[in-house]
Design a protein around this ligand. Structure first.
Ligand code: 2AM
Ligand code: CA
Ligand code: CA
Ligand code: CA
Length: 260
């Protein structure tokens, strides 16, 4: 679609800079926003390119940018929600697992999402009602029904956020009841992997809108189900997400609720 073309072209362009910077990561200037919350000039540069490209294509739309904050547009109904580099910690350690995440919100609803992993050259995209795709191939969530065979992703609380004891309990039940837990450090890609059926589920608390906006639509359009950890729909407000293939949602949500 024309809209997804705009988004994937912007992601491609910003990704070229990220790939260059990833090759010379020791020369990057890094500053700290808070304890263990790093931002590099790679984040800033990628965000500037995304903003320029999207503004050229849709001049009236506003922005919610991880690094730049809110930018009002003349069209109050449309705004881009952008994480220019999800997985900064990986990036800064030379770990090749990070992505660009772009979502378009219309009147409070996410209607398009793109997540691009430039190292693996994997472009995940979805438009509301149009299904989810990985590099032009349709993707679906997994068909796994057995909790004991499921592979579940998560994020570990950092920089004093979240509740370490609650997380330890959640991890404990997941360790016992599933076939394994993975932590890759880029929430947008975790959600894309649920959409692609690589993970059967993913949960994390204390995420930001830009970490999850595109991923939420991808999972839905791939046939999955998303809620907060209590089964409600507060994800974008509360920052808590449980994304699953749908089949495993109730049992996983029960496990997380019991571990609270
Ligand atoms: P970011 O790289 O865009 O900041 C995973 O837990 C999520 O938390 C990531 O998507 C990451 O997004 C964010 N995050 C922020 N600071 C982090 C840190 N110090 N360690 C791990 N993840 C962090
Ligand atoms: Ca960050
Ligand atoms: Ca992020
Ligand atoms: Ca980021």
């Amino acid at each position: 679609s024309p809209l997804l073309n705009v988004m994937t072209r912007a992601a491609d362009k910003a990704a070229r800079g990220l790939k260059r910077d990833f090759g010379e990561v020791e020369q990057l200037q890094v500053s700290q926003k808070g304890p263990a919350d790093f931002v590099s000039n790679a984040d800033i540069k990628a965000e500037r390119i995304l903003r320029e490209e999207l503004q050229k294509a849709r001049p009236a739309f506003g922005f919610l940018l991880e690094e730049g904050g809110v930018v009002a547009g003349s069209d109050p109904d449309h705004r881009w929600i952008i994480d220019p580099l999800d997985g900064t910690t990986n990036f800064l350690h030379g770990l090749p697992h990070f992505a660009i995440s772009i979502a378009l919100e219309k009147s409070g609803e996410i209607i398009a999402g793109v997540i691009y992993d430039p190292i693996k050259d994997e472009m995940f995209c979805a438009e509301k009602g149009g299904g989810a795709f990985l590099n032009d191939r349709r993707i679906r969530v997994s068909g796994r029904k057995s909790l004991h065979e499921s592979l579940v992703g998560t994020g570990i609380p950092f920089r004093g956020q979240g509740n370490p004891d609650r997380f330890a309990k959640q991890l404990g039940v997941m360790m016992r009841e599933t076939s394994g837990v993975r932590r890759w450090g880029a929430a947008a890609l975790d959600l894309a992997y649920v959409a692609a059926g690589r993970l059967d589920a993913f949960w994390e608390e204390d995420l930001q809108a830009w970490d999850m906006a595109a991923g939420l639509l991808l999972v839905k359009e791939a046939g999955g189900y998303i809620s907060d950890l209590k089964g409600g729909q507060t994800m974008l407000d509360s920052g808590a997400v449980l994304a699953t293939n749908g089949l495993l949602h109730a049992p996983l949500q029960a496990l997380l609720t019991n571990a609270a």
